[in-house]
Design a binder for this molecule. Structure first.
Ligand SMILES: Cc1cc2nc3c(=O)[nH]c(=O)nc-3n(C[C@H](O)[C@H](O)[C@H](O)COP(=O)(O)OP(=O)(O)OC[C@H]3O[C@@H](n4cnc5c(N)ncnc54)[C@H](O)[C@@H]3O)c2cc1C
Length: 272
């Protein structure tokens, strides 16, 4: 089946083309879209691209960071100001995938992918999108809950607050093939500490539901408490609450439910 490629100079034109055609798919780095096309996915009849430079802009100078949807993981790794995002960027694929894959595409990547999105969710990121309705900002958690309905929407950028201390943000990806490989479980935690107590904890999990999710029961177990052994044990015990893990060749539902608490305990304890 022939596929039409439409390239636009502005993101506005690309968003209009996407929202008016059900068979249109935006092409970021193409690591997933091109694979789908090569495998004969007939649901894609049009590929939309935009050369708008805003899509590849990084603004990391202030306390709030904004990253264009078209920014690749290789660029994140080259940006010193984004050191807190280097572990999630490095966890993705091999060099070729990191050179092509974008943070915008990662928001849509199905299990066992979407590792960078897990990190962004723990950082309370906000997604800027443009659709037929105009541009708006959506909290990432809300965006993920309605991800299936976001087809036809162009993601412009993602923004988040920089963690105040290097130790306040932690990331861990469990994979069978290291350093790359699909995720068995991916975990990220943002643990702001004030007067020795955790305030505003965020824990995000990948491969524990159809999209990245927050482990809200575990967050509650940490809230207002010192990050000591008993608090960590309570958070680890609550990690699986609300999860509906993926069941695939990398791990069964049972296995993922068994190990999520173990890995959360290690992450919160600062263990390698
Ligand atoms: C060998 C291999 C290994 C991989 N390993 C990992 C891994 O370890 N971890 C991981 O998380 N992922 C992995 N991936 C998946 C993928 O490379 C990444 O998730 C990447 O971030 C996808 O980005 P992309 O720009 O290539 O997406 P694309 O293929 O361009 O697009 C993917 C989807 O997102 C949509 N999209 C892309 N950009 C936008 C936008 N700006 N607005 C709206 N929709 C958009 C597309 O329309 C499409 O539906 C791997 C892929 C391969 C082939």
């Amino acid at each position: 089946m022939p596929v039409t490629v439409k390239s636009f100079a502005s993101s506005g034109e690309a968003a209009a083309a996407l929202s008016s055609d059900r068979g249109a798919r935006y092409l970021g780095g193409g690591t997933l879209v091109m694979r789908a096309l090569n495998e004969g996915d007939v649901s894609i009849s049009t590929v939309v691209r935009a050369s708008d430079q805003a899509l590849t802009r990084i603004d990391a100078s202030g306390s709030r960071v904004s990253i264009g949807a078209g920014v690749t993981f290789a660029r994140i790794l080259a940006e010193r100001e984004l050191a807190f995002l280097h572990a999630p960027a490095r966890s993705i694929g091999g060099p070729a995938v990191r050179n092509m894959g974008t943070i915008g595409g990662n928001l849509f990547a199905p299990n066992p992918y979407g590792d960078f999105t897990v990190a962004l969710l723990a950082l309370d990121a906000v997604v800027s999108v443009q659709g037929g309705f105009g541009a708006r900002d959506i909290p990432l958690e809300e965006f993920l809950q309605s991800r299936d309905r976001q087809a036809g929407t162009l993601v412009l950028s993602v923004s988040c607050q920089k963690p105040l201390a290097a130790d306040a943000f932690r990331f861990r990806k469990i994979a069978r093939i290291k350093p790359k490989g699909g995720s068995v479980i991916t975990l990220a935690a943002h643990l702001p500490v004030s007067s020795g107590r955790v305030l505003g904890a965020r824990i995000a999990l990948g491969s524990m539901a159809p999209t990245a999710i927050r482990a809200k029961a575990a967050e509650r177990a940490l809230e207002g408490r010192p990050l000591d052994a008993s608090t960590i044990a309570a958070a680890a015990a609550a990690a699986v609450e609300g999860a509906s893990p993926a069941d695939d060749a990398l791990g069964s539902v049972w296995y993922r439910r068994e190990i999520v608490g173990v890995h959360l305990r290690r992450l919160l304890s600062g263990q390698e």
